[in-house]
Design a protein around this ligand. Structure first.
Ligand SMILES: [Zn+2]
Length: 473
């Protein structure tokens, strides 16, 4: 994309004035420590960070704490050839009236027992003094190809900053970074709005965050929560504003929970789980907070009762979620404790899963039959062709077999009403497949003859007429 001369000069000015801050290398080294593994060689475990050799009973792909350097890493087998870690780091800086976010990729490669790393700048976001983004620019460390962009280190690139206007470019994709924290206090203390903000402390204690979002939406809840050392909660300024009493702020939790929330640096999501569970069990909280429909789940059951009556733990939590979703779809009485609090979750889940598969098929069968009846009013013919809706699973299976296409797999979508399937055939030979037609919102979106071939001009003419006169008419 063409860059105006004025803007090119601005990018150059910024480039000339920016400096790498003094503790940058120290900061990168600190992040790099996370890019390590524990390599399991028979019964020996080797930490790639400190080279310490020890014994453990952890399995491959489990996390394990090195007894020497005390860091926790993933266990991998010594047969592993390559492994790559990537993190996006950022320096937030200011030149004249512009704020700049300098984006660096920290990349570490494990190869046959050794780790090499690169850290290189590849993108910049340029903001005005209100933190509105004015320019997103990238340098030659990003390579655009037809299949997308790659960020990779180039040995001798010339720092030629260029615009990106693609929605798919990486710079539009990333909005959270691990920020270099040591320059922020100096940068923000002259601004009366952020003088007491504590943002420099906050950034130090969380890994990824969106600093410009925090600056743009800044309010006192950030300062308040950061001072309480509830760092990950402080990342949600909109949630904690305008809430006065302690319990209101913390979703009904009393002050007694603060040490626990602080100890595990709970996120907002985890706090919501804690407020329902009222159990200081961090493994379970982390597990449940990852469930898609935790809120739905907590409306179905009482977690306290679930702990008393079932064998709920961090391992069978996902199955319990599945189980409840299934019995709800099957219209079980969701007030009956016998159903919603099974003694043995795994057993109950496996039993209901079998029944569910049968019922599910029946539900789909019925829905397709009903839909076929509804659509029969769109049946249409001339002297040569006829078109009519699929009215059963069997008819879809038959069409698939004859046409060698995948229309069978459409059954669940037809049942949900997200698409319709019609069969177009010869009036003289109605049993024999000719064209499979997919319709959405009364519009033909796909028409295929045998082996997914295209339709003829004559067939198209018939379908056009049908679509215009009957479907839309
Ligand atoms: Zn170690």
């Amino acid at each position: 994309m063409y860059i105006k001369k004025k803007e090119r000069e601005l990018f150059k000015l910024i480039d000339d004035k920016l400096k790498i801050p003094s503790k940058w290398i120290k900061f990168v080294d600190k992040q790099r420590v996370h890019h390590n593994l524990i390599i399991k060689k028979k019964n020996e475990y080797i930490c790639t960070n400190c080279k310490h050799i020890f014994h453990s009973d952890k399995k491959v792909n489990e996390e394990c704490k090195c007894p020497n350097c005390k860091n926790t890493y993933l266990v991998k087998s010594d047969r592993l050839k390559d492994y790559t870690f990537k993190d996006q780091l950022a320096i937030f800086d200011k030149v004249d009236n512009y704020y700049i976010e300098r984006i660096f990729q920290l990349e570490s490669h494990y190869h046959n027992g050794y780790i090499n790393y690169y850290c290189f700048e590849w993108g910049r976001n340029i903001y005005d003094k209100y933190f509105s983004c004015m320019f997103q620019i990238m340098n030659d460390n990003t390579v655009g190809t037809t299949s997308g962009y790659w960020i990779s280190y180039r040995e001798n690139f010339n720092s030629n900053w260029k615009y990106t206007n693609s929605y798919y470019s990486p710079i539009a994709y990333y909005d959270e970074f691990i920020y270099y924290p040591y320059n922020l206090k100096k940068l923000l203390k002259n601004d009366s709005d952020y003088k007491y903000s504590q943002l420099w402390e906050l950034v130090k204690h969380v890994d990824y965050c969106n600093l410009t979002y925090l600056l743009k939406n800044y309010n006192q809840s950030i300062e308040f929560l950061t001072k309480l050392k509830l760092y990950r909660l402080a990342l949600n300024p909109k949630t904690f504003l305008f809430k006065n009493t302690f319990e209101e702020r913390f979703l009904g939790l009393s002050k007694d929970y603060i040490p626990f929330i602080r100890k595990y640096n709970l996120s907002l999501n985890e706090l919501e789980v804690l407020s329902v569970l009222k159990e200081k069990n961090i493994n379970l909280i982390r597990m449940i907070s990852k469930l898609d429909n935790f809120k739905n789940l907590s409306s179905l059951i009482n977690f306290k009762k679930a702990f008393e009556l079932t064998d709920l733990n961090s391992e069978n939590c996902v199955e319990y979620n599945d189980y409840l979703t299934m019995i709800k779809t099957m219209k079980f009485d969701m007030k009956n404790p016998k159903y919603i609090y099974p003694k043995n979750i795994k057993e109950a889940h496996d039993k209901i899963e079998k029944e569910y598969e049968i019922v599910k098929d029946n539900l789909i069968c019925e829905a397709i039959k009903n839909r076929g009846n509804e659509l029969s009013k769109y049946t249409f013919n001339n002297s040569k062709y006829i078109i009519f809706p699929a009215d059963s699973i069997e008819s879809l299976e038959d069409e698939s077999k004859q046409q060698h296409n995948c229309v069978r797999t459409y059954s669940e979508r037809i049942a949900k009403g997200s698409c319709d399937i019609y069969f177009m055939r010869l009036v003289s030979d109605r049993e024999h497949s000719l064209v499979t037609v997919e319709v959405r919102n009364n519009e033909v979106v796909q028409k295929r003859t045998k082996n997914n071939q295209s339709t003829t001009a004559e067939q198209d003419k018939f379908l056009d007429l049908w679509e215009r006169k009957i479907l839309k008419g």
